[in-house]
Design a protein around this ligand. Structure first.
Ligand SMILES: [Zn+2]
Length: 85
């Protein structure tokens, strides 16, 4: 992703898991959801489930910011392979 001189860039580790009850994808921080194996709550049905057990994908997002730190746009920088259990 190219950025202009009036922009900064940072990165965000994001994971997606699928709610085992209703199939809704839920996005969370990759560190929180996968590395910490945290439970998350489905915003659709309210089911609480383990993020890592139901993980579907993980990626590093590139976050383009204005010089005063406001988020302008997102892209996918790298895909991170999920570890097999
Ligand atoms: Zn659900």
């Amino acid at each position: 992703m190219s950025i202009s001189e009036s922009e900064d860039i940072t990165f965000f580790d994001m994971a997606v898991a699928i709610c085992p009850d209703c199939g809704t994808p839920v996005a969370e921080s990759g560190w929180y959801g996968i590395d910490m194996e945290s439970d998350v709550e489905c915003y659709e049905c309210g089911n609480v489930f383990n993020m890592k057990k139901h993980a579907a994908d993980r990626a590093t997002l590139s976050v383009v910011l204005s010089k005063n730190g406001k988020i302008k746009r997102l892209g996918v920088k790298d895909k991170i392979d999920l570890e097999d259990e």
